[in-house]
Design a protein. Structure first.
Length: 365
């Protein structure tokens, strides 16, 4: 239909013709999509509409050019906000709630509400949580060790092939698989609650690829931070990945405070910070508490700090992907370069520093 208004195949039509097209066929469109199309016409200062922008919108694609066309200028949505709509089903209210929890702009919330189909579902966070909770914790720690609190104090705990140990740092898989071991049910419980409450909504909005990247980057940064800053200690728990997600989300809320419309956002931030502080304090106390297995100290808390650093650098930029501003893309490459440099430095540190410093490491489990 749009090509009828462009007989010369220039790829553009005037905004007047575009408006007449919307008036003629507006009843056939979803109200939210129609509203975004009208916003596209209102915000265009050149007096013409690109055909590709129209195709991107109708095919649920979101290009940089479309985002620039929508967000440039002083456009204002003229109809009621998504939060004021009534008669929504339970699933629609859930999607709307997630939009207001994670996105700072009304146009982004409406776009997400209109295009989200739960296909694919937030499989990554659910899967990683189930594996951490069931396979590693209940089957191994609960049954084999017959202990549910402070398993890390059990003499056989360190013999697991998943956790990171400084004497076994050459086994590269341990820098990732340590997330499947936890210090106890109190450690696992807080991590599972935080990553489900924060990670699942973030994955629903930003997708499994972005959220898994932040999570895994936090996990790797956590174990490498321990191997550099706390060289004699083992590492257990998924706190590196969890803290990366939570800190990125909290930082995003602070940076977009006026636009975030989540209910009780100040109280919720306070609760999240209290939970994180409690879990971090428990880790610090455990690290310096006399070990029940004297040759080896308790697990380090440095993984938490590594996750936080990933969250407020890489995570913040990824979670602001809806804006797609040039300076954000530049910062993304800068932070990614810093992260890669840190990883390379930590690899060489693990190869050479231990022997050069002649540290007295705890015996291998």
């Amino acid at each position: 239909i749009l090509s009828q208004f462009d007989p010369d195949n220039t790829g553009y039509i005037s905004t007047e013709k575009f408006r007449s097209l919307l008036q003629r066929h507006g009843s056939e469109l979803d109200p939210h999509k129609l509203e975004v199309l009208l916003a596209l016409a209102d915000s265009n200062s050149e007096g013409r509409i690109c055909y590709q922008d129209f195709v991107n919108l109708m095919s649920n694609k979101r290009s940089n050019s479309f985002r620039q066309a929508i967000l440039q200028g002083n456009r204002r949505l003229c109809s009621k906000a998504l939060l004021e709509e009534t008669g929504l089903s339970l699933s629609q209210r859930l999607i709307r709630h997630v939009a207001y929890e994670t996105l700072p702009r009304e146009i982004d919330r409406k776009w997400y509400y209109d295009s989200y189909t739960c296909c694919p579902p937030p499989w990554f966070m659910i899967t990683i949580t189930l594996v951490e909770a069931s396979v590693a914790f209940f089957l191994y720690n609960g049954v084999v060790l017959d202990r549910f609190v402070l398993q890390v104090s059990h003499p056989l705990y360190l013999k697991n092939a998943l956790l990171y140990h400084p004497q076994l740092r050459a086994q590269a898989w341990r820098y990732l698989t340590y997330i499947f071991m936890h210090a106890g049910i109190e450690h696992l419980g807080l991590n599972v609650v935080l990553q489900l409450l924060v990670g699942v909504p973030l994955e629903m909005v930003h997708g499994a690829a972005r959220i898994s990247f932040v999570y895994v980057a936090g996990v790797v940064a956590g174990s490498l931070a321990v191997s550099v800053a706390d060289m004699r200690a083992p590492v257990v728990g998924s706190s590196g990945g969890v803290y990366a997600l939570v800190s990125a989300h909290l930082a995003n809320i602070v940076m977009n405070w006026s636009g975030m419309k989540c209910q009780f956002k100040l109280l919720r931030m306070a609760v999240a910070l209290i939970c994180m502080s409690f879990e971090f304090g428990r880790a610090v106390w455990l690290r310096f508490h006399p070990s029940a297995y004297p040759p080896c100290p308790h697990p380090s808390f440095m993984a938490h700090l590594g996750g936080v650093m990933v969250g407020i650098t890489l995570g913040v930029i990824i979670l602001r992907n809806y804006e797609q501003r040039l300076q954000d893309q530049t910062l993304w490459w800068i932070f990614l370069s810093i992260y890669v440099i840190f990883v390379l430095f930590a690899i060489f540190w693990n190869i050479f520093a231990y022997s050069l410093l002649d540290l007295k490491l705890p015996p291998p489990p």
